[in-house]
Design a protein around this ligand. Structure first.
Ligand SMILES: Cc1cc2nc3c(=O)[nH]c(=O)nc-3n(C[C@H](O)[C@H](O)[C@H](O)COP(=O)(O)OP(=O)(O)OC[C@H]3O[C@@H](n4cnc5c(N)ncnc54)[C@H](O)[C@@H]3O)c2cc1C
Length: 819
């Protein structure tokens, strides 16, 4: 066995072997994989082998598409068959909301280049003759379906063996029956992977240990947010009707998914495999896989599956005539949002995760492809935020994971509404004024474990959402909140913001090396700064306030806490010249904004608030009421006169009461996240994580004024200079969509030249309540970004006329925020 390697991959399931294969393909031949048992011994051997391309996420969709394309070419490349049956994939709809979901998905599929068709019930019957179209009291009528002609199913073990062959031919080595028992740092900063067969010293280590992720992580003190859940499928005996149909020349039937009944059905040796996603499937192995489990399965629990079996029998009556041969019940790794964990581990260097895969056969190809890219090139080729392991924080502990993973599992097939907020494991993290805001009608949502008020239901209005892809019950109330903030004064509780303080003689130079803008040179000044990737994409967005000559307050998105904290910490100078502290939990944040915000605050502070005393883009510590050391920042994300008040958390109640008392005469009220979304769209404010990602540079995003190419070196500078010389491939655009009656754009819609080809994609969309316009923002080919350009945007399957607007269609001169 080798004693040294460039990288060691731990875990020989489909995901680990794909990672090894892709590292070898990138030219790293001195890489090894160790597997505690045999290859495929984890979940891979008992997977049903389905390869669904369907996924609502732009990132995951791209990974799945890559996999399907790779699996088709692997046999030729490796001379190893993978038993890929391209049967197609049929997803049924029995209600209009489901059709909306499919149509929304089609937008994403279009932008990724995944072929699909929306088909009629008649076409369903043609494709799937054994189906009952329904329409009776017991079986809902099929009203349409989504058809993917290109996917199907594969043999997971064959796939793993083909990847193994490909990896080996690139020089990689695989050691089975070799368990990592410990992982240590060497004095020189490499990894020492301990195994009973000897140690391997490596620069990089990848964890791809599936159900073992919990115990693997604990070897280096990481609580990896993945806990498996039981998942079952039923294997049926030969089905006489199916056999007759096939012997009569019928082609293999497409994999069938009746989403509204939460099951899939596929052919298997003239019989069927039926796989439900049922209620009550328990999380397992929260503290690790016990030694005795090995390659075992759990006992089948038919009782739990029965409602789905009965539904399937109603839809495919011939199922009643075949006996059950077997029930496979195995652990399937889950994460709280159902997407895998692909990317760097937090707090340790050169440790990579490819864990938490619940569709790991489908994702293996894409996950290995992008992780290898990240390890070898230093960054992935596509935006990976949706699967980045650091999208979860320390809040994702054992109890949270059990509750959320079970919830995610039973919701695999529920409709993925864009405004959906799932109830389990909540409330977890709350602002101190949570109860007060509840009494004011807050309808809560959750992000990064935090409760955030999406909107406030006025007295007498039901405090809940009716989720939809269209305008729904809260539309009018969100509009009222927008008008409150635009016309009078409102408060938003943005306590979840990520907040760091960087202090010390090296702080300015360090921050300047990380971001494209110049960090403020004068105490009291604020700058919006973007940390870029080496290729010039946007990694993070920070609002940096210089509080004193060697003290900076760094604010970023609430959901970026671990993502940004990890980055900042790992890039700190080693000479001790900067002290970084994460003060997210120590400070709350209220935004007070609107034309009367100055008058409200003036009642509570002796600090000057006029333009001369407190200009736009400045910030300082002031007293507000009884609250001391409040960092008041004259910036906000809604484009109104206003201040963000970042206060020591213990003043939260006092401050809210004081603001309400001072604002009563102006009709002050609370404003939620959905109103903020509407207002930031009206100002063309780009949102980190959706509009600003590593897929686009700040030049493409139209953020040229936040880039100082003349500044001494910063990460991404060379790539930006090159892009400026070459010309940008896309341009940011704000777009008005015409003729919208009830379905506004939401992001991820394809943009077309009128009657012509696709020319870009939206990244966000919302209704601008003050402008009374349906708005989208996104990226188009540069020549189409001019104001007045006519485009078309596809919303829920309908092409709508659209026009490119000037940036910041609401108050383009910023008169209100500078008032
Ligand atoms: C019943 C069922 C049906 C499924 N059907 C599908 C499907 O149709 N399509 C689909 O895409 N997905 C399906 N899945 C999910 C799929 O099986 C998994 O997502 C996939 O197998 C995960 O692969 P992996 O490589 O991440 O993990 P695994 O296959 O579990 O591999 C992890 C490996 O790591 C090894 N290991 C752990 N710790 C160590 C250590 N310390 N040292 C060395 N080795 C170690 C383990 O022995 C194991 O072999 C199904 C799952 C179940 C349970």
């Amino acid at each position: 066995m080798r004693t040294h390697a460039r990288a060691v991959v731990v875990g020989g399931g489909a995901v680990g072997v794909s990672t090894l294969y892709h590292l070898a393909r990138k030219g790293w031949s001195d890489v090894v994989l160790i597997e505690r048992a045999e290859l495929t011994a984890g979940s891979t051997w008992h997977a049903a082998g389905l390869l669904p391309l369907f996924n609502m996420s732009y990132t995951v969709g791209q990974l799945h598409k890559y996999s399907v394309d790779l699996y088709k070419r692997l046999p030729a490349e490796t001379a190893q068959d993978v038993s890929f049956r391209v049967t197609g994939n049929l997803r049924l709809a029995t209600c209009p909301e489901r059709m909306d979901e499919y149509r929304k998905y089609c937008g994403t599929a279009n932008t990724i280049g995944v072929p699909f068709r929306i088909i009629t019930p008649g076409e369903v019957k043609e494709l799937w003759p054994l189906i009952e179209l329904g329409g009776s009291a017991s079986t809902a009528a099929i009203i349409g379906a989504l058809y993917h002609p290109d996917d199907g199913h594969i043999a997971p073990a064959d796939l793993t063996m083909a990847l193994r062959k490909g990896a080996r031919s690139g020089g990689a080595e695989i050691y089975e029956h070799t368990e990592m028992t410990a992982l240590e740092r060497t004095a020189s900063g490499e990894w020492r992977v301990r195994t009973p067969q000897g140690d391997i010293v490596a620069e990089h280590v990848v964890f791809a240990t599936g159900n073992y992720a919990r115990q693997t992580g604990r070897m280096v003190g990481l609580e990896i947010p993945s806990i498996p859940v039981e998942h079952q499928y039923i294997v049926y005996d030969v089905c006489p009707e199916l056999e007759r149909y096939r012997r009569g020349g019928g082609r293999e039937l497409a994999v069938l998914r009746e989403s509204d009944q939460s099951y899939y059905l596929r052919e298997e040796r003239m019989g069927w495999i039926l796989g439900p996603y049922e209620r009550g499937a328990p999380a397992r192995f929260a503290d690790g896989v016990p030694d005795w489990f090995g390659k075992s399965l759990f006992e089948g629990d038919l009782e739990r599956l029965l409602p789905h079996v009965e539904a399937a029998q109603r839809r495919v009556p011939s199922l009643e005539h075949c006996g059950i041969k077997d029930i496979i019940n195995g652990p399937i790794a889950y994460t709280p949002d159902g997407s895998p964990l692909i990317g760097p581990a937090w707090s340790v260097r050169n440790l990579w995760l490819n864990e938490g895969h619940s569709f790991g056969i489908t994702a293996a190809g894409g996950a290995g492809w992008q992780l290898a890219e990240w390890i070898v090139e230093g960054e992935p080729g596509i935006d990976m935020l949706a699967v980045d392991p650091r999208r979860f924080g320390a809040y994702a502990g054992r109890s949270y994971l059990i509750a959320k993973n079970e919830e995610t599992y039973r919701n695999v097939f529920t409709i993925h509404f864009p405004d959906e907020e799932r109830p389990d494991a909540r409330p977890a993290k709350t602002s101190p004024v949570y109860d007060k805001l509840s009494r004011l009608g807050a309808v809560w949502g959750q992000r990064y474990g935090w409760e955030r008020a999406n909107w406030f239901a006025p007295a007498g209005v039901e405090r809940s959402d009716r989720w939809s892809f269209r305008r729904t019950n809260y539309f009018e109330h969100v509009g009222n909140e927008v008008r409150l903030m635009r016309e009078r004064v409102g408060i938003m509780d943005l306590t979840p913001f990520t907040k760091h303080e960087a202090v010390g003689p090296g702080a300015e130079a360090w921050l300047n090396g990380l971001v494209a803008n110049k960090v403020p040179a004068q105490p009291g000044r604020i700058a919006l700064c973007h940390a870029l990737t080496p290729r010039g994409g946007i990694r993070s967005e920070f609002t940096i306030t210089r509080l004193a000559s060697e003290r900076f307050y760094v604010v970023s998105a609430g959901a970026a806490e671990r993502y940004d904290s990890d980055y900042l910490r790992k890039s700190l100078p080693t000479d001790g010249s900067v002290l970084l502290s994460n003060v997210t939990g120590a400070r709350g944040c209220f935004v007070v904004a609107g034309p009367h915000s100055r008058a409200v605050l003036a009642k509570l502070t002796s600090a000057p608030l006029d333009n001369a005393g407190f200009p736009w883009l400045t910030g300082r510590a002031i007293e507000v009421g009884l609250a001391t050391d409040v960092y008041a920042l004259r910036v906000n994300f809604v484009g109104a006169l206003g201040w963000e008040l970042h206060f020591p958390i213990e003043f939260a109640h006092h401050l809210l009461d004081a603001l309400f008392a001072a604002g009563a005469e102006f009709g002050i009220g609370m404003v939620g996240m959905r109103a903020m979304e509407s207002m930031r769209m009206e100002k063309s404010y780009r949102m980190w994580g959706t509009d600003l990602t590593r897929d686009y540079s700040p030049f493409e995003a139209g953020l040229d004024r936040f880039v100082r190419l003349e500044k001494a070196g910063f990460i991404g500078k060379a790539a930006l200079a090159e892009q400026r010389a070459r010309g940008v491939p896309h341009r940011f655009a704000t777009i008005e969509v015409h003729g919208v009656i009830d379905a506004d754009p939401l992001g991820n819609e394809p943009l077309f030249a009128p009657g012509g080809p696709m020319v870009g994609r939206t990244t966000s969309g919302y209704y601008g309540h003050a402008l009374r316009k349906s708005l989208a923002i996104g990226y188009v080919k540069p020549e189409l970004a001019q104001v007045g350009t006519q485009l078309e945007v596809e919303i829920l399957g309908e092409r709508k006329r659209a026009t490119v607007l000037p940036d910041s269609p609401y108050d383009p001169e910023n008169r209100e925020l500078r008032a």
